[in-house]
Ligand binder design. Structure first.
Ligand code: BES
Ligand code: ZN
Ligand code: ZN
Length: 492
C-alpha cells in the first residue's frame, strides 16, 4: 500500500472510500466528519440519532455518497470515549477502516488523521499511529499460496488528507516513521509465519546481510566451537541444519546496547521431545531473532544516533543420535557449566552464550527477546509480554516504550528464593527445574547468571508472538511483537 499526504479538504477528495471518525457519546459529528455530514445532508447525524453509529472504538459504518461527494463511499469509524482516548486507539481505528476497505475492495482510500484534534495527540504521533494501524492492519501473509481468493485483495493507496499546509508537513514526518516501523513489523511477521524448511539459520544469515546500513557477520558451527560457545552449539548437535550465530552492528563506534534475539528456527524439543500437538507452531521459535533483525533495519532507516549490536543465536533443536541428552553437562563461553535437565529448555542455552558474547564486546546494556517459556503463556496469555531483569530503570523504559507502541509488557519478579530451584550438584546451574515452578522467572534467573552485573532485561514473548484469533489491527498468526517497542526505545 502506497501512502501519500494530500493538502486538501475531505469534501474535495476523489477516492473509493473516505474515512472520517466520531467519538462515542458525541451527539453530532465534529471536524471533518461534520463537513462530510453537511454535504451528505445530515446522513451521519441521522445515523447517530438512530443509534446505528455509536462511536465505539473500531466500529465502522459505511455510507454511499450517491454523488454528493467526490468519494464513492464514506466510512465513519468509532474512536471510543474521548476520555479513554490514547495513541493505540488511533491504530485500532485505522486498522478497522483498512479491514473494511479490503472487504469492499476499495483500491483508493482517503483518511483523515485520527485523534489529533479533540483526541489531543501530537500530530506527527497521530499520523504515525494512523500509518502503523493501516499497514499492520492490512498485512496478509502470502506464504506459498498459488490459488488466491478474495482475502488476497490489497488496498492500493492510502491518501492522508489535511487542509492546513503547516499540518501537512507535520503529518509527513509521522508518516515516514510509521512506514518504516510498520514495514519492519510486517517483515518480522513474514519471517515468523514462514515455515522452518524455508527460514533456516542459513536463510536468516543471508537475510540479515541484506539489511542496509548494518554490518553483518555470521559465525558458523566450527568457529563457534573454537570460540568456546558450547552452550550455543550443543543445542544444534541433533540437527543437520547448519547453525549460524549472527552479529549485526549499527553505528560508527563501539556498541553500547546489545539486542539479543532467540533464533531457534524449529524447536522439536530435542531428546526431551515435545508432543506432536501443535508442534508445527514451533516454527515461531525464532521470533526474538526476527524482532531484533527488523529492529536493526528500522533504526538504520530512522538513523538512530545510538550504537547498537544485534545478536541472533540461530539453530534448530532436533533429536538424533548426536543430540545432547538430559543429564549432560556443557560448558559455555563464560566458562560457567550447565547441567541439562531438559533439552527443551534450549532457548536460554543459546541466549547464555549470546549474552556473554555481548558482554565481551563491552556493551553497557543488554536486552534479550525470546519465546522462552510456555508458562509465560499460562501466566499472561497473548495480551502481554513478560519482562524481568537486573535494572529497574531499563525495565521501566522498555515498559513505557511498549505503552507508546501499543505492546503491553508486564514485569515478573526475580526473587532470590527461586535460585534454589535450579541449583545443580554437578554443574554451576541446571538449565531448568524438574517441578516447573515459576517458569518465566527461572528462565530469567538462568540468563541473569550470564548477564552478571551488566544492566540487562529479558522479554519473554512466548504468548504474544502468535495470535490464534486476530485482535484489533493484528490478524491471526505472527504479530512481529517487540519491533515497535525496541525501535521506540532506541529512538527515544
Ligand atoms: N520454545 C519453547 C517455549 C514456547 C512454548 C514458546 C510455546 C512458544 C509457545 C521453549 O524452548 C520451551 O520449550 N520451554 C520449555 C521450558 C521448560 C523445559 C523449562 C517449556 O515452556 O515447556
Ligand atoms: Zn524448547
Ligand atoms: Zn524454544
Amino acid at each position: 500500500m502506497r501512502v501519500k499526504v494530500k493538502c486538501a479538504s475531505v469534501i474535495n477528495v476523489k477516492c473509493d472510500l473516505l474515512v472520517v471518525n466520531i467519538f462515542e457519546e458525541m451527539e453530532v459529528p465534529g471536524g471533518a466528519a461534520a463537513a462530510v455530514d453537511k454535504k451528505m445532508k445530515g446522513a451521519i447525524t441521522d445515523l447517530v440519532k438512530s443509534g446505528e453509529i455509536t462511536g465505539k472504538i473500531g466500529e465502522v459504518n459505511l455510507i454511499h455518497t450517491q454523488g454528493k461527494l467526490p468519494a464513492t463511499q464514506v466510512l465513519v469509524v468509532g474512536l471510543g470515549k474521548a476520555c479513554d482516548f490514547e495513541l493505540d486507539k488511533a491504530r485500532i481505528a485505522a486498522g478497522a477502516a483498512i479491514a473494511e476497505a479490503k472487504k469492499i475492495k476499495a483500491k483508493q482510500v482517503a483518511s483523515i488523521v485520527h485523534g489529533a484534534g479533540s483526541g489531543g495527540l501530537k500530530l506527527p504521533d497521530a499520523a504515525q499511529a494512523l500509518v502503523e494501524g493501516s499497514l499492520i492492519g492490512a498485512y496478509k501473509y502470502k506464504g506459498f499460496v498459488t490459488i488466491k481468493d478474495d482475502s488476497f485483495f490489497e488496498v492500493g493507496e492510502l491518501i492522508i488528507v489535511e487542509i492546513s499546509k503547516t499540518k501537512v508537513k507535520l503529518i509527513a514526518k509521522g508518516v515516514a516513521v510509521g512506514e518504516i516501523i510498520a514495514g519492519a513489523v510486517n517483515n518480522a511477521r513474514d519471517l515468523v509465519n514462514a515455515p522452518a524448511n524455508r527460514v533456516t539459520p542459513t536463510f536468516l544469515a543471508a537475510y540479515a546481510k541484506k539489511v542496509v546500513g548494518v554490518s553483518v557477520k555470521a559465525i558458523g558451527l566450527r568457529e563457534a566451537r573454537k570460540l568456546g560457545m558450547e552452550a550455543y552449539y550443543s543445542v544444534s548437535k541433533g540437527s543437520d541444519e547448519p547453525a549460524k550465530f549472527i552479529v549485526m552492528k549499527y553505528g560508527s563506534g563501539k556498541p553500547d546496547i546489545a539486542l539479543v534475539g532467540k533464533g531457534i528456527t524449529f524447536d522439536a524439543g530435542g531428546i526431551s521431545l515435545k508432543s506432536s500437538r501443535k508442534l508445527w507452531e514451533m516454527k515461531i521459535d525464532m521470533a526474538g531473532a526476527a524482532a531484533v533483525l527488523e529492529t536493526m533495519r528500522a533504526i538504520s532507516k530512522l538513523k538512530s544516533r545510538k550504537n547498537v549490536v544485534g545478536i541472533l543465536p540461530c539453530a534448530e533443536n532436533m533429536p538424533d543420535g548426536e543430540a545432547q541428552k538430559p543429564g549432560d553437562v556443557v560448558g559455555s563461553l563464560s566458562g560457567k557449566t550447565i547441567e541439562i535437565i531438559s533439552t527443551d529448555a534450549e532457548g536460554r542455552m543459546v541466549l547464555a552464550d549470546a549474552i556473554t558474547y555481548a558482554k565481551n564486546l563491552g556493551v553497557k546494556k543488554i536486552i534479550d527477546v525470546a519465546t522462552l517459556t510456555g508458562s509465560c503463556i499460562s501466566a499472561l496469555g497473548d495480551a502481554c509480554s513478560g519482562i524481568m531483569g537486573n535494572d529497574q530503570e531499563l525495565i521501566d523504559l522498555l515498559i513505557d516504550s511498549g505503552k507508546r507502541s501499543g505492546e503491553k509488557i508486564w514485569q515478573f519478579p526475580l526473587f532470590e528464593e527461586y535460585k534454589e530451584y535450579s541449583k545443580s550438584q554437578i554443574a554451576d546451574i541446571k538449565n531448568c527445574t524438574e517441578q516447573g515452578k515459576a517458569g518465566p522467572p527461572i528462565g530469567g534467573l538462568f540468563l541473569q547468571l550470564f548477564a552478571e552485573e551488566t544492566p540487562w532485561a529479558h522479554i519473554d514473548i512466548a504468548g504474544t508472538v502468535y495470535l490464534d484469533k486476530g485482535r484489533a489491527y493484528l490478524s491471526p498468526g505472527a504479530t512481529g511483537v517487540m519491533v515497535r517497542t525496541l525501535t521506540s526505545y532506541l529512538m527515544g
